[in-house]
Ligand binder design. Structure first.
Ligand SMILES: [Zn+2]
Length: 197
């Protein structure tokens, strides 16, 4: 019992217990290793909306699905999402939910009411290309992550990057919103708003 209490104290000390509890959804937390691409002050607003993105590694010297390649690419641009989902469906946390991550850039809600959406949204990057859409595992895990976030926070909008920056952005690419929506919880589906597709 003493040993359990000790382990719990250690877990609290290193922040394991403080991370958002997403039930049995496994998330590999890399946020300690991502020192760029976010504001360092915590704000409450980041958990109001979810923006879905696509990206792949364009360097050519590694697989376009290479996780580290994608992360290195973010580093070069000084950007980062909150989450990234690889081709196998593994979910990685790159930025804590409570921090403003630089994933959306110049952006505005389709009804023009709110701009600078980095301040209001969690960004999820799915590793896929214009030619190859998300895998079954990615759709499944993206839905599980969105459902968990909608259980945890009062999410009012779920959108694609192209919905909020239509002049500049076309992602998520080769993406089926109906396919994702079929996997969403009732609560999450209610938050799914505009789409350009
Ligand atoms: Zn994007």
């Amino acid at each position: 019992m003493k040993r359990l209490a000790f382990l719990l104290a250690v877990a609290i000390a290193i922040g394991v217990v403080a991370a958002p509890a997403f039930g049995n959804l496994k998330i590999k937390d890399l946020s300690d290793t991502i020192a760029w691409g976010h504001d360092t002050t915590e704000v409450r607003n980041t958990c109001q909306m979810i923006v879905v993105h696509s990206n792949y590694y364009a360097g050519g010297d590694r697989s376009q699905w290479d996780l580290q390649g994608c992360i290195d690419q973010f580093y070069r641009y000084g950007v980062a999402p909150h989450y990234m989902i690889d081709r196998q469906g593994t979910i990685y946390r790159l930025t804590p939910d409570s921090l403003v991550a630089w994933h959306a850039g110049e952006s505005v809600l389709p009804n023009d009411t709110i701009a600078h959406l980095n301040y209001y949204s969690l960004g999820i990057e799915v590793i896929n290309s214009k030619r190859y859409g998300p895998t079954n595992a990615q759709y499944r895990q993206l839905a599980r992550l969105i459902n968990a976030l909608c259980d945890q926070y009062d999410i009012t909008h779920i959108m694609g990057h192209s919905d909020i920056a239509p002049q500049r952005k076309t992602d998520p690419w080769a993406f089926s919103w109906p396919r994702l929506e079929a996997l969403l919880s009732h609560r999450a589906r209610a938050a799914r708003t505009w789409t350009t597709q």
